[in-house]
Design a protein around this ligand. Structure first.
Ligand SMILES: Nc1ncnc2c1ncn2[C@@H]1O[C@H](COP(=O)(O)OP(=O)(O)OP(=O)(O)O)[C@@H](O)[C@H]1O
Length: 499
């Protein structure tokens, strides 16, 4: 039997970013094939190349034995290839039925949209998720009124309506609950029985082992291996995913971490957190790891009073804190640095001074005071990070992204907080700036600060942290210390239990 799809040596660059340097994938007819790898390894880009949304720089694509070069999703659909988009492609104002058949409406002999046929086809598709789709899910419901899981179901049905021969499901189960996933798997099995092939991208290892025939693993834009599910195991797959993950510089762990916790967090719950408890000690860099968006930022933002909690308590140095707004957290001595400069940090158009003062003044409970001591602390912190700026009156917008980020980090360091909340702080800054930041963070912890550090890059966590809490679905799935502070354990825990 010859493969339905062969993608060989596909490359794709976006400006300076190489998203794919050697993407390859072979899928057999009627096969359910997993595409697996860490965030940013190139899975979506390879999928988009196959589905005609992204044009590759080089490489070979063959479908049903012929070379193809789809230039648009329509080209690919005409060949029989459909892609479920991770970033949903629905039109919120239109109904479920209109979204499913958008651009593919059946027409009457006179050329009008055949409303009766449309309704009939939609009902048949909706029937697939009967009983599990939840309230308000109907052919006429506007998509804007639907919950995230229901939108994901519409996107799945939209793909099925095209009746393709190869479907790429890019994280199509991310918003679905367990019963909905079961229904979706039944659909995959019936497609398979009809000879339709599926490429299944998921970060849930249990799902992959439950449904997929083979697993192709990608790492840093390269396809590293393809394994037959029945002949492999989780450990082998995780090893393939992490490879020999280069940990650039391993900072010595702090042997002087205090035994007594400074911060005790108990049963934090919110829309995005599920009973999270941990403590942080003086001298410690505590990492928050796991796949992106599993609650790590939510914990830090909640501790900073920037996201509401529904339950739980936070005790700092024996005192219970009330954290309703960031000013509460700042007065209690907490500092927060986000890598998301646009959202959390910058007062655009204002001077560097005004940007620094914004944080410090709340803490000092004074207005328009710039104590010399504070100024010196800022200047020292900025110098330690090798920050390049033309004086404190320069507009913040005149600095490069990396230098802006260093200014924000310095402004918090100047407040002399003993608990530092770092929310992916090095996002978008260059390697030299990262190294400066790590050295400084390690130094602060060694002097007794408690640092809670979320990084989207595993290598950063592994090089810097004394301990790592791995998050999954808003809860702590594992705690790594000592010998378990490795890329293997981190990935294994992150992909752990199905959500
Ligand atoms: N349009 C784009 N412009 C610039 N860079 C991009 C673009 N699309 C993807 N990238 C970059 O290419 C790399 C691969 O991204 P891709 O989305 O393919 O990864 P992925 O494996 O699907 O990740 P995830 O699991 O997070 O969905 C990343 O570094 C990403 O930031």
């Amino acid at each position: 039997m010859s493969p339905v799809l062969e993608a060989r040596n596909i490359t794709k660059r976006f400006g300076a970013v190489t998203a794919l340097s050697d993407g390859s994938l072979t899928v057999e007819p009627g096969e359910i094939h997993a595409l697996l790898g860490a965030n940013g390894c190139g899975k979506s880009t390879l999928s988009k190349v196959i589905a005609g949304t992204v044009a590759p720089n080089s490489g070979v694509l063959r479908f049903n034995g012929s070379d193809i070069a789809p230039r648009s999703p329509r080209d690919a659909e005409a060949l029989g290839i459909a892609l479920f988009y991770q970033e949903l492609s629905l039109v919120p104002q239109l109904s479920v039925a209109d979204n499913i058949f958008l651009g593919h409406e059946r027409r009457t002999a006179a050329g009008f949209i055949d409303a009766k046929q449309l309704r009939h086809d939609t009902e048949a598709l909706l029937q697939r998720f009967a009983g599990v789709a939840g309230d308000g899910f109907s052919a006429d419901a506007p998509v804007s009124t639907l919950a995230p899981d229901q939108r994901q179901i519409v996107e799945i049905l939209k793909v099925l309506a095209r009746k393709p021969r190869l479907i790429i499901f890019d994280e199509s189960t991310a918003a679905l609950d367990r019963r909905q996933v079961e229904v979706f798997f039944d659909i995959l099995r019936s497609l398979k029985a009809d000879g339709v092939s599926s490429i299944f991208i998921s970060h849930r290892m249990d799902e992959i082992f439950a449904i997929c025939d083979r697993i192709t693993v990608m790492r840093n834009g390269v396809t590293v291996t393809t394994l037959t599910t029945a002949e492999t195991d989780r450990d082998t797959v995780v090893h393939a995913m992490v490879g020999e993950l280069a940990v650039p510089q391993r900072f010595a762990r702090n042997s002087a971490v205090a035994a007594e916790p400074r911060l005790v967090v108990s049963q934090l719950s919110s829309r995005r957190l599920d009973s999270v408890s941990f403590d942080a000690r003086p001298g410690e860099i505590l990492g928050l790891g796991g796949l992106q968006g599993q609650g790590q930022s939510a914990v830090l933002r909640s501790l900073f009073g920037a996201e509401p909690l529904t339950d739980g308590s936070v005790v700092l140095d024996g005192k219970t804190l009330t954290l309703r707004k960031p000013a509460d957290a700042i007065r209690a001595g907490l500092a927060y640095v986000s890598g998301d400069r646009g959202r959390d940090a910058a007062f655009h158009g204002r001077s560097i001074f005004e940007n620094i003062a914004a944080a410090s003044l709340v803490k000092e409970r004074r207005r328009l005071v710039w104590p010399n001591q504070l100024k010196q602390r800022f200047i020292d912190a900025a110098a330690a990070l090798n920050t390049k700026y033309d004086g404190l009156d320069a507009p913040i917008g005149s600095l490069s992204g990396g230098n802006q980020q260093k200014i924000f980090i310095s402004r918090w360091l100047a407040t002399n907080s003993q608990v530092l909340l770092f929310d992916d702080p090095t996002k978008g800054i260059d390697l030299a700036a990262k190294a400066d930041f790590f050295t400084l963070a390690r130094g602060l912890a060694d002097q007794g600060a408690s640092i809670i550090f979320y990084a989207s890059e595993d290598s950063e966590l592994l090089s810097l942290c004394d301990r790592i809490l791995v998050f999954n679905s808003g809860a702590i799935a594992a705690e790594l210390t000592g010998d378990t502070l490795t890329a293997f354990h981190l990935t294994n825990a992150a992909y752990g239990k199905a959500a």
